[in-house]
Design a protein around this ligand. Sequence first.
Ligand SMILES: NC(=O)c1ccc[n+]([C@@H]2O[C@H](COP(=O)([O-])OP(=O)(O)OC[C@H]3O[C@@H](n4cnc5c(N)ncnc54)[C@H](OP(=O)(O)O)[C@@H]3O)[C@@H](O)[C@H]2O)c1
Length: 336
Amino acid sequence: MVTLVRRPESGGPVPDDFALEHRPLPAVQPGQLLLRNIVMSVDPSMRGRLETSEKHYTTNFEIGQPLDGSAIGVVIDAVGSAIAAGTVVRHRLGWREHAVVDAASVSVVDVDAAPAGAWLGILGQTGFTAYVGLTRIAQLRPGDVVFVSAAAGAVGSAAGRFAKLLGAARVVGSAGGSAKVRALVDELGYDDAFDYRAEAAGDALTRVAPDGIDVYFDNVGGAQLVAALEAMRLGGRVALCGMISQFDESGAREDINRLIEAVLRRVTLRGFIVRDHEEARPEFEQTVSAWLRSGEVAVLQTVVDGIEHAVDAFLGMLKGDNVGKALVRLDTSWSV
Ligand SMILES: NC(=O)c1ccc[n+]([C@@H]2O[C@H](COP(=O)([O-])OP(=O)(O)OC[C@H]3O[C@@H](n4cnc5c(N)ncnc54)[C@H](OP(=O)(O)O)[C@@H]3O)[C@@H](O)[C@H]2O)c1
């Protein structure tokens, strides 16, 4: 399992902040399951959980303790539970090859309907975040012009695709580097895109969305949020999903000092945490499963193999090594 050795310094996390350890598993008690993990998620919220001060989506990681996070595992032993050995489940004890979990805390997933990785990505919290952000928070309407940042990432690539399928007239995105920007247009269904590292976001938005934007799906905050506000049409809506540009001091923590733009343009800015919207999950799963079956959306993921490479996968995702959902496969006998 991967444990936290120390909290990151101001430059951000480095491999030596973590350790790979062998620890004995607790005995499986009645109502518990012994799992062999197949695949686990690495995601930006884990960056916030490395800190002491800032509470992010859930509890922070503890020094000397294993990390945790979403994972898919197969049951290899079940004591007094209706869930049989061989069942594949989604649960919260990633960052380890084996786990003992309460049966009541897992959800069974159908790996015949979609591969295990998809239940962490497009059909998991990632896709759900994109769906909730567009439908419940930004209240996307047919004909809207939509801008998505971190557009090639897990949530962003799903949001771009879903926005088109939900009736957006034009969807533009931003990502780091020319290869990703090309992929946004050639492979991921965006109408146009820009490299936020190479071009000021304000200039780029004038070019790719010359008539302004109705919806901004914000995964990054900072300079791109400021630029998006200045590009909003009257009555525009901003779904504040995440602020990955603001994690490290290098992110400069730009102030949102142009909020007069939100006043003048009657813009709604609304932050959200996806777990507050569980009532939307059945609609989401039904809608996106149908899109997957019809081929209108694809499973898009970057998979690194082996627990020994999990920290590299996490740090790489923070730097933008991934296209689609960043995953670590923990059991290579499974295709994910
Ligand atoms: N509100 C919620 O409930 C909720 C739930 C899930 C996720 N989120 C948020 O959604 C966002 C995306 O999460 P994800 O899991 O889909 O991760 P992701 O987009 O797959 O991975 C993170 C991406 O962020 C980009 N990035 C890194 N540093 C950046 C910077 N300084 N400026 C702009 N982009 C930067 C990188 O892409 P580039 O190569 O393009 O830089 C990287 O691929 C995160 O902010 C996350 O915290 C929120």
